[in-house]
Ligand binder design. Structure first.
Ligand code: HEM
Length: 228
């Protein structure tokens, strides 16, 4: 059994996964804290944040430093994931398949009372996969547009200068979208949903209760523990 705990827990997340998640929380929070006051500079709260962080000059450089760190993390994450799959050390458990879209429809049917049982999920369910790919693609959009805003003169020497205001609009609205998705979707799933309430700690401790695994990731449970 892969990474099994002795009694009622099994190991769900590696140290590397937990470190990445902690780094994303810290960097994303810092990027929001230093980015949003630039988007809405005349709001009272923005002025307060800018003043308490040491002024707009500090805020802009903190944002750029966090942006560079976030971009490096993203590239390293993708490289390690691809390397792991190619060398067969890890399985591509986040890859989307037709089954995930079918699961989404089946789960909706279950919620509407049109199906007797919910679909049974593997290591990651369709919601987790959609969110993961949203983060990866959204992350690349933020990194690309962020670097265009970081080096506007260099960019406009090789590409049309109209790209700069376009990048600003994309960066600004993608930031808002990402923030709302984290707030409404992710935080609901890991804090308030009936399965997780008051908090799902597995990504911090690395462990999950066997009973929860059986309930939420039945197919993975059967693979790890066997049918009971
Ligand atoms: C992924 C999380 C990120 C969030 C939530 C975020 C958020 C924001 C927001 C809200 C703005 C203000 C846009 C406006 O004025 O309408 C901004 C500006 C900016 N961002 Fe980001 N950003 C992120 C990532 C990045 C990355 C990866 C970089 C790359 C270095 C970056 C570099 C910049 C730059 C250069 C500006 C223009 C302001 C300045 O010149 O300092 N950002 N960001």
């Amino acid at each position: 059994m892969r990474g099994a705990d002795v009694s009622e827990y099994v190991v769900r997340f590696s140290v590397w996964a937990r470190v990445q998640h902690a780094a994303v929380i810290a960097l994303f929070a810092l990027l929001l804290l230093t980015g949003m006051p630039q988007k809405w500079p005349y709001v009272e709260a923005s002025r307060w944040i800018i003043e308490h962080l040491g002024g707009i000059f500090v805020v802009r450089w903190l944002h750029r430093a966090a942006g560079v760190a976030f971009s490096v993390l993203l590239v390293v994450h993708v490289a390690v994931a691809i390397g792991g799959v190619l060398s067969r050390r890890t399985r591509p458990s986040m890859l989307l398949s037709v089954r995930d879209f079918r699961d989404a429809v089946d789960f909706l049917r279950y919620c509407l009372g049109w199906a007797e049982a919910p679909p049974r999920f593997g290591r990651f369910d369709y919601r987790q996969k959609f969110e993961y790919w949203g983060l990866v693609f959204g992350g690349f959009v933020m990194a690309l547009t962020g670097f265009i805003l970081y080096f506007p003169i260099a960019v406009s020497r090789v590409l049309p200068a109209e790209l700069i205001p376009a990048a600003k609009v994309m960066h600004s609205y993608e930031a808002l979208l990402a923030f709302l998705i984290i707030l409404v979707w992710h935080l609901f799933a890991v804090l308030l949903s009936p399965e997780a309430f008051p908090i799902d700690t597995s990504i911090f401790t690395g462990k999950i209760r066997k009973e929860r695994l059986r309930h939420e990731h039945a197919l993975e449970y059967e693979e790890l523990v066997g049918r009971e």
